[in-house]
Each structure stands twice: as C-alpha cells, then as structure tokens.
Design a protein around this ligand. Sequence first.
Ligand SMILES: Cc1cc2nc3c(=O)[nH]c(=O)nc-3n(C[C@H](O)[C@H](O)[C@H](O)COP(=O)(O)OP(=O)(O)OC[C@H]3O[C@@H](n4cnc5c(N)ncnc54)[C@H](O)[C@@H]3O)c2cc1C
Length: 369
Amino acid sequence: MDRANVVIIGGGVVGCAIAAAASAEWSDVFVLEQMPKIGMGASSRNSGVIHSGLYYTPGSLKARLCVRGSEMTYKFCEAHGVPHRKTGKLVVATSKEQEPTLEKLMETGRKNGVEGLRMIDAAAIRKREPHIAGTAAIEVPSTGIVSSEELVKAYARIASDHGGDIVTRAKVRRLERAGGLMRVTSDAGEIEARCLVNSAGLFADEVAALMGSPMAKHRIYPVRGEYCEIVRSRSDLVRGLVYPLPHAEGLSLGVHLTKTLWGGVLVGPTAHYIADKNDYESNRPPVEDFVRMAQPMLPEIRAEDLVPAYTGIRAKLAPPGGHHATDFVIEKDTQLANVVHLIGMESPALTSAGAIAEYAMEMIGEILN
Ligand SMILES: Cc1cc2nc3c(=O)[nH]c(=O)nc-3n(C[C@H](O)[C@H](O)[C@H](O)COP(=O)(O)OP(=O)(O)OC[C@H]3O[C@@H](n4cnc5c(N)ncnc54)[C@H](O)[C@@H]3O)c2cc1C
C-alpha cells in the first residue's frame, strides 16, 4: 500500500493551494479529487472576484485571510501568468436611506485594513460607470478579477512540479484509523496518510462524518447562485465591478455586475437554499428576476439583454433563516490527531486560498514535524 505524508481530499482551489505549499516542504503529497478534472466544484463556478476584505467581521478568519489572500493572489498571478486584472469596484447605495449602511460597511473595511477606500457621490459614480444609478458609492481600488480555472490549475501545476500527485476520478469512500495513520480508500485505490486534509468543499461535512469525526457537527447547507450574462451588443452597460449593498443578514453579497476577463458582463449570483448538493440547474429563476434585482443599479437593463449563464453552489454553515455571519472552520480534528479540516469554505475562499494554505500549513507542520 502507498504511504503518504499528506493526503488532501478535494482538488478545488483550496486543496490545490495547500498541495502547492505542502509539496514544497514534504515528499509524497497527494490530492484525491472525485471528478475527472480538478476545480469543477465551486472553484470554477463563481464570480472570479479578488475580494478586498470589506464585508467580514473584524478579526475573523474570513477578514484576516481575505486581506492577506488578496495580496498573495495578485503576487501569485503575476509570478505564474494567471490572467487577472485589478479593476477596483463600486459598492452602490441606490437611495439616501441606504447611505448609513454604506458608511458602516466602509468602517468595517477600514477596520479590516482595506486600503484606499473612498466615498464618492452620484456624479463621480456616473463618471466612472455612465449607466449606473446611485446616490453614493464606496470606491474599492484593491478589488479585481481572476480566471478561477487558471488559478486552480496553476496551484496544481506547482504541486506537480514539486513531485506531488494530483489524482482525479478518486472519490474517497472510506476513512479509518490504522495505527497512527489514516487509511484512505478511494476509487483510485488505498493509501495510508501521516496527515489527512479534508478540503472537500460542499462535501466536507460528509467527509468528516465518513471518518466518524465530531467535526461533522459543522453541517453544510447548499445555497445555489445563478448567473445571467448581458448580451454582447449591450456589454458596454458596465465597465468594471458594481455591487449593491450586501444582504443585511449576510446570506450573500447581492446580485452584482461583473465585467469579466473575456469582456462579457455577468449579472448574479442569486442566493437560495436547495435540498440537493448536486442540483445545479433545476427550477432556475427567469431572467425577469435578474432584471428586477439589477434594475435599481442599472435602470436601462431589460429582459432581452440577458441570457442565462452558469450556476454555483455555496458551502454555507448557516441553516435557512439562521444567522449568516459564520466564519471559515480551519481546525485540527478534536479526536483524530492527524487530520485537518476546512469546512464552510464559501466566499472569499477563492481570494483567500493562498493565505488559507499558509494557515493550514501550520497545523500540517505540527502533525508531521
Ligand atoms: C456563486 C459563487 C460565487 C462566488 N464568488 C466568489 C468570488 O467572487 N470570490 C471569492 O473569493 N470566492 C467566491 N466564491 C467562493 C469560492 O468559489 C469558494 O469558496 C472556493 O472555490 C472553495 O474552494 P474549495 O476548494 O474549498 O471547494 P471546491 O472548489 O468545491 O472543491 C472541493 C472539491 O472536493 C471534491 N470532493 C468532494 N467530496 C469528495 C470526495 N469524497 N472524494 C474526492 N473528492 C471530493 C469536489 O469534487 C471538489 O472538486 C463563490 C462561490 C460561489 C458558489
């Protein structure tokens, strides 16, 4: 049977970033991914935004790892040729009543160490985004966009260059203790790990349950987000990134407008709880719903301007109707001494992946050294 120093379950951006970091320090690092390709989960079904750290509770892992991760992501993209652009963004209040909330958001951003934040008025909004209506907006210069697929591939390529193994079509089905090791049985065979990392995205709670871990108490509730795209002939309606105020209860950042690296404009994502973690398409809302959600910021948008695009599913730790300001769970297992879990890795985990890997590496190091 193969013996590994580190086995990482899940070949998304988080698992691959951890593999890139771990393989620089140890030999015999494996990523086991159930799908035929890496990055087919949330890591390629998102807005591709490099967040600045505006929204998160000061001091939380999300706040700290986002601010650090954003800086690391820009440097990483530069160094490894990953397509990206620092576009900046606007968070727009569409009425005077929304402006106090905008002020509070800016205050949170400043507490989190986000640099260069500035409040601008309606005229300055129009100058920057001629089709956007707003009474005031926060200008966030450090936000940008990245090709999420290429980011995942770049982390995986680095892991392979260090001698790591990325194994696809390797769904993990059984996990058991074997002396001081964890025995991992997947569709690709059996392997014993000195350190096991649970980075299974939407399924991280189920993987925790598979090993009988108390960490399975962190249940994941899938929240789907659908996108539409603005037809090419109308894509000049938006120049950069335009966000509304986030949902008051923290369910999502709200349906936003994203000028993509390929020149299109995404409108979305929506946010609603679904029953099945594998259900990407059933009961999609009609384009008219997107018009209703985008129109306060973009009055000229019409149903005929929109075509349905892809969807993604968030790994939420808050149940429907619950309090949504949850944090990433990145912890060593309380019972299984050689396991690290990453649970509830929703946004901004794409932005934060490099910093998440750095943080997880401390725990992996405590297990292996
Ligand atoms: C609609 C949407 C928009 C978003 N927008 C942004 C954004 O703009 N910026 C940002 O920073 N973040 C954003 N996010 C969040 C970001 O995409 C995710 O936080 C990030 O991709 C999570 O990465 P991951 O590796 O943890 O999960 P995933 O990419 O889901 O990877 C987990 C992997 O584990 C595999 N797996 C699961 N179970 C098993 C098993 N038993 N055996 C083997 N493999 C298994 C899965 O197949 C999957 O590939 C968004 C998310 C969504 C859904």
